[in-house]
Design a protein around this ligand. Structure first.
Ligand SMILES: [Cu+2]
Length: 466
């Protein structure tokens, strides 16, 4: 039986009345698509065909254009624009934009959909219209406005909860076993989920994921879990790297204003998830209560030039992805495992917009990657790179795999990947279940240095590669 489940069962009776979230709000209408910006580089919109005041029209669906007739689509220079057309009434329709030589396959059946994409490589106002003869004149025409410059940075007034991926302790120096004190607090706070969107997070130390804890095998770990007075919930911590009841969760259920202490011995090297284990455990995890504990082997890990700390999770909100303003948690969607958001380090495109990973050509980088979840396995991949060493399952006692493209990491699991960077450029961290990239799950690794054209260059092979 998984630890969290046993903790759940043993605590459910005691805690059920105090810690179960309020029932879900009324479900929103299922949204076929969302009009939103997904970084400085992409914007997507959904248009549904219909009739308004006796004319054939496009009707905006989701986000800022919801319900608008022939909405003006606002995008920024350089963005990739994606328009999904949904057939609303069962007559043949299509979308065309002459200025960008973009059109989609026509949709005929009611409910059928088709998508077009183009790059907004010029500034100005342009027209989209229905490609079926006569429909433009009948009313199916709208504007696309391409504005100069990039989309504004994150500007929610709520504080940032993103854990900087470089925020982790350096490798440990050799020495005798130590007693390591770990202080964890559990603040609940309204934080920025996206540019104009906020969410009530529950955290370890005000960031998602929680702090990266680094010890060596044989160390004794003394955990002080302090739940602030102004918390609403009980919180706790289950260390997957600990051996004992609930991974420590049985000893750390802390009421608001309480501090609980548990001590465990780090017996086995590995990279381990820790998370809050107070019912509903899945609710505490989705709200941000997860982190990683690294138990280094006796001799440490091979040294690399840069280390990064990245974790994946998903969020369940009442309103669909891309909605503006404070978002409420949806318990029913969580039970149904239907998230609206997928995130690295807590917020939409946190590692693309706000905290990209940075390195230089020739360096070897290591990513400590874990999945808080609570529910979705990640197919972790870095677009444009190959992992040179993969410690599958974050087992540090095993020989790493070599030459791996994508690694599967379950909820409550982790992996360590190393790779040397041979060429400058922008590499992209994704879960290769790529629909999730359109729900916020995206990161960049920006590599500076000379471009090695022998490894990749545009055009035909060179006579004498350099
Ligand atoms: Cu909690």
């Amino acid at each position: 039986m998984p630890k969290f489940l046993s903790v759940f069962l043993s605590l459910a009776m005691i805690l059920a009345t105090s810690v179960h979230p309020a029932g879900a709000q009324e479900q929103p209408q299922p949204s076929p698509g969302v009009a939103h910006s997904t970084a400085a580089r992409a914007a997507s919109f959904t248009l549904r065909t219909g009739i308004s005041e006796g004319r054939m029209v496009f009707i905006g669906s989701g986000g800022d254009i919801e319900g608008q007739v022939n909405p003006t689509l606002m995008v920024h220079e350089g963005e990739t624009v994606q328009i999904t057309l949904i057939n609303g009434e069962g007559a043949e329709k299509g979308v065309v934009i002459d200025d960008f030589a973009a059109c989609n396959n026509r949709v005929v059946a009611r409910g059928a959909s088709s998508t077009l994409a183009f790059r907004a490589d010029k500034v100005g106002e342009f027209i989209y219209y229905c490609s079926v003869a006569g429909h433009r004149a009948a009313g199916m025409e709208g504007r696309i406005q391409v504005m100069p410059g990039t989309r504004e940075e994150m500007q929610s007034s709520s504080p940032e909860i993103i854990r900087d991926p470089t925020d982790l302790p350096p490798p440990l120096e050799p020495g005798p076993p130590r007693v390591v004190r770990v202080d964890l607090s559990t603040p609940e706070l309204m934080g920025a989920l996206d540019t104009k969107t906020s969410y009530q997070y529950w955290t370890f130390d005000r960031k998602v994921p929680g702090p990266f804890v680094r010890v060596r095998v044989g160390d004794t770990v003394e955990v002080h879990l302090a739940n602030p007075e102004d918390s609403v919930m009980i919180h706790s911590v289950d260390f997957h790297g600990a051996t004992g009841p609930g991974g420590g969760a049985e000893f750390t259920q802390a009421d608001p204003g309480q501090e609980k202490i548990v001590t465990f011995k780090a017996l086995v090297p590995g990279l381990y998830v820790y998370h809050c284990a107070t019912p509903s455990v899945a609710n505490h995890i989705t709200n941000g209560m997860y982190g990683l504990l690294l138990v280094e082997p006796e001799a440490g890990l091979p040294r690399v030039d840069r280390e990064f700390y990245v974790m994946q999770g998903e969020l369940y909100t009442v309103e669909p992805y891309g909605a503006v303003g404070p978002q409420e948690f949806d318990y029913e969607k969580m039970l149904a495992e239907e998230p609206e958001y997928f995130v690295f380090n807590g917020a939409v495109e946190a590692l693309a917009k706000r905290h990209p990973l940075r390195a230089r050509v020739g360096e070897t980088v290591r990513i400590y990657f874990g999945v808080g979840g609570p529910n979705f396995t990640s197919s972790f991949h870095v677009i444009g790179e190959i992992f040179d060493a993969v410690y599958q399952g974050a087992s540090l006692g095993s020989v790493p795999l070599t030459g791996v493209q994508t690694v599967s990491v379950p909820p409550g699991g982790a992996v360590v990947v190393d790779f040397k960077i041979d060429r400058a450029g922008r590499y992209v961290l994704v879960d290769h279940a790529l629909s999730r990239a359109e729900r916020g799950l995206l990161g960049f690794l920006i590599v500076e240095g000379p471009e090695n054209d022998a490894i990749m260059h545009e055009g035909p092979a060179m006579a004498q590669p350099q």
